[in-house]
Ligand binder design. Structure first.
Ligand SMILES: Cc1cc2nc3c(=O)[nH]c(=O)nc-3n(C[C@H](O)[C@H](O)[C@H](O)COP(=O)(O)O)c2cc1C
Length: 154
């Protein structure tokens, strides 16, 4: 049996609104480093908040999260979920970036109440964070959402 892997989901607030080029640079650099560390995942940026899913070996995920949490581009990093997984949800993505709106997320199964209430991402309960991951994998992975930061609407 292979070593169990971990999925960590956190949210944070950007310290200043990120331009598309700044977001592109962040994602490009994250992909390089994640590929080298065997990390995969998903990054959402919505209403000046981030939600990121990190998957990989437990130590690698925790070391990366410690690095990311210190990054001055955001603040208030808060772990929603940190759990062993049998299978990765974003195994093909060294860091998927999804250009989503609140309405897109409200359309995922089980998430409409939360996202239509306009609550901040930081208030997402762990069960709903999992529902979001599941909804993405079923509806969005490899599809219309996962893209380059500038690609939305093209
Ligand atoms: C919201 C957010 C998400 C990030 N995600 C990742 C990531 O998935 N992988 C990564 O290596 N760095 C990520 N970073 C960047 C790290 O915090 C860190 O700045 C970077 O990895 C260090 O790169 P450097 O060696 O070029 O300084 C993220 C930063 C922010 C603000």
């Amino acid at each position: 049996m292979t070593t169990p892997e971990t999925m960590l989901i956190y949210t944070s607030l950007s310290t200043q609104p990120l331009s598309v080029p700044a977001l592109q640079a962040l994602v490009r650099r994250a992909r390089e480093r994640n590929a080298a560390a065997g990390i995969t995942g998903l990054l959402l940026y919505l209403d000046d908040a981030f939600l990121q899913v990190l998957e990989g070996r437990r130590e690698a995920v925790h070391a990366l999260y410690a690095d990311i949490a210190r990054d001055p581009r955001h603040t208030g990093a808060y772990v929603l979920l940190d759990t062993p997984i049998r299978q990765r949800s974003f195994g093909d993505w060294s860091m998927g970036y999804a250009g989503v709106t609140r309405a897109d997320l409200a359309a995922l199964p089980g998430l409409s109440d939360f996202f239509l209430r306009n609550d901040p991402l930081s208030a997402l309960p762990p069960g709903l964070a999992l529902a979001l991951v599941r909804g993405f994998v079923e509806a969005g992975a490899g599809g219309r959402w996962l893209a380059e930061p500038a690609a939305r609407g093209h």
